[in-house]
Ligand binder design. Structure first.
Ligand SMILES: CCCCCCCCCCCCCC(=O)SCCNC(=O)CCNC(=O)[C@H](O)C(C)(C)COP(=O)(O)OP(=O)(O)OC[C@H]1O[C@@H](n2cnc3c(N)ncnc32)[C@H](O)[C@@H]1OP(=O)(O)O
Length: 167
């Protein structure tokens, strides 16, 4: 992998279906995040239907962008800390432990958004990332995410129990 490919392009297939960032989810946002020095950056253009109050972006979308931007940044930061490329094994897999968002100003729906992030701390299995959303260079929301490396039991819990209804 080169530093030019997006973090999310390296997610293993079994964690590449996330609605916010999974490259294999055709219905999702498929965000793409890169390093820009010590900061990470995602650019995203909202669709007209991502509306809250007319002209402004729905807060749930903003939370989603901060969430997946930050979990991706957490994963990339762990690889950086180990001096490894993101396509090397063993793969780090993160989930959101906590997500906090402050909505500072209405976010205009016209034009692209930029989400930027910075790692606050790497502590054992968790990474704390602060991220902010910019519209035309103005910060409209700030967030903090605690991303935690998922235990193997996370996958087992997602599997249907024997005999359980499937639909
Ligand atoms: C290239 C490869 C990259 C792949 C990357 C894919 C990434 C993206 C994939 C898509 C992502 C999409 C995003 C999504 O939508 S992910 C979907 C939404 N998230 C979830 O469903 C997560 C559900 N929760 C859990 O599974 C467990 O509770 C987890 C795994 C989070 C922790 O259960 P576990 O039993 O493992 O934890 P532990 O008790 O050993 O604690 C470990 C450390 O973590 C700290 N902690 C725990 N919980 C919280 C909390 N709520 N706030 C703050 N901190 C918390 C804890 O204090 C401890 O720290 P310390 O005390 O040691 O300091």
């Amino acid at each position: 992998m080169s530093e030019k490919s997006a973090f999310q392009d390296n997610y293993p297939e079994n964690v590449a279906h996330c609605y916010g960032c999974g490259r294999l989810n055709g219905h999702g946002h498929q965000i793409k995040t890169h390093w820009d020095g010590e900061e990470s950056v995602t650019r995203y253009r909202p669709e007209p239907f991502h509306t809250a109050v007319p002209g402004y972006v729905y807060g749930g979308l903003i939370a989603s962008l901060i969430d997946c931007h930050s979990t991706g940044t957490a994963a990339a930061a762990m690889y950086r800390a180990e001096g490894r490329e993101m396509d090397t094994q063993p793969a780090f897999r993160f989930v959101t432990g906590s997500l906090h968002v402050d909505y500072l100003k209405p976010t205009p729906i016209a034009g692209p958004l930029e989400i930027r992030g910075r790692v606050k701390a790497i502590q054992g299995r968790k990474v704390i990332v602060e991220s902010w959303v910019l519209a035309e260079g103005v910060v409209t929301a700030r967030g903090e995410v605690t991303a935690v490396q998922m235990p193997e039991s996370f996958f087992a819990a997602a599997l249907p129990k024997p005999g359980a209804p499937t639909a």
